[in-house]
Design a binder for this molecule. Structure first.
Ligand code: SF4
Length: 330
């Protein structure tokens, strides 16, 4: 962005519905810290959502609004970062198209997740160009912003490597240095299990919404699966098989050792143990919940944030595209 001197960072999320605590831990909590250190572009990647859910567009607008509210409620500050909707920056689509002219098909076919996902999501009929080409769209997202740092989990590193290769190939083909080499910043992989101890998933409904009401938090914590062998309150328990304990370790870390011991000794009942967890979770979630209620009542503000973020991003996107068009003789 013009006038800013910080290192630039870029990241995005697909608008697939309201965020849950797993999304918060996996990315958003980290972004809220990163915005103080880097100049950040945070994109609600709605075109990416279409790569796997192109038939389900009726809720897209609502989900984008919801995601913007969740991000702001969790602490992203539009004065510190650009928060925008990917499809507001048409230059990204143009760069994606131009990349698709120069990148060999084999580069996309060898992306490790491609064949796995085709198999896993086969009921979605995603044998499309859009799905094959989404790592190239991701490269366009990153390279158009001239982003230098990309926060990722380990599984995303091959995608960033592909982005680097795309930029290098373009630079080499046209004897230019228009694209820099973004680096992956590995983020700590904090994985939260579902409330039933299975993998957290929207389809299992085994999660706590990031903006759940206090009553909803209590009800969700009550439903958590505990040690099934603990029949009476004083039976010694095994916290390692208990989903409530997995949450204690993360959200009530300073008391986790005591909780573990009390559970093993049978000196605390599961109801009391869950009550203590619900208090900690409510402390985290309630301000986010209240902030989101405020934002939902002020949609003009949220849409202004997205428009302003798009305007900031468009400046750098235009700068990049002017160079690219000139280089390619377009
Ligand atoms: Fe889980 Fe706490 Fe019950 Fe132990 S006492 S099984 S950690 S809920």
């Amino acid at each position: 962005m013009q006038g800013q001197t910080k290192t630039t960072l870029m990241s995005g999320m697909r608008p697939t519905g309201e965020l849950h605590l797993g999304n918060y831990l996996g990315a958003l909590e980290n972004w809220v810290q990163l915005q103080n250190e880097y100049y950040c572009y945070f994109s609600i990647v709605d075109w990416h959502a279409l790569t796997t859910a192109y038939k389900e567009t009726d809720k897209l607008e609502e989900r984008i609004f919801d995601m913007a509210c969740d991000w702001l409620a969790a602490g992203l500050d539009p004065d510190k970062c650009a928060i925008f909707r990917q499809s507001h920056i048409k230059e990204i689509a143009e760069l994606h198209l131009l990349f698709s002219m120069v990148i060999p098909l084999s580069w996309l076919e060898r992306v490790p997740t491609y064949k796995d996902q085709l198999q896993q999501l086969k009921e979605k009929e995603i044998n499309t160009y859009g799905f094959l080409g989404y790592p190239l769209l991701q490269a366009a997202d990153i390279l158009i912003c001239q982003a230098e740092v990309i926060p990722v989990g380990e599984d995303q590193v091959p995608h960033i490597e592909l982005t680097r290769e795309v930029g290098r190939r373009f630079n080499h083909l046209y004897n230019t240095e228009v694209f820099n080499d973004p680096i992956a910043k590995l983020t700590e992989n904090k994985v939260l299990p579902g409330l039933d101890n299975r993998k957290m998933s929207k389809s299992y409904n085994n999660y706590i919404r990031l903006t759940a009401s206090p009553d909803e938090v209590i009800q969700k914590v009550r439903s958590m699966v505990t040690d099934p062998n603990r029949v009476r309150k004083n039976d010694p328990g095994n916290p390692d098989v208990c989903s409530a304990y997995a949450y204690h370790k993360i959200f009530n870390a300073s008391n986790a050792v005591e909780t573990e011991q009390s559970c093993k000794q049978g000196s605390i009942g599961c109801m009391d143990c869950k009550k203590a967890l619900a208090i900690q979770l409510t402390e985290l979630i309630q301000p986010i919940y209240e902030k989101k209620q405020e934002l939902k009542n002020n949609p003009d503000y949220v849409y202004d944030v997205l428009a302003d973020g798009a305007e900031k991003t468009r400046i750098v996107a235009n700068e990049t595209m002017e160079k690219v068009r000139k280089i390619m003789g377009i």
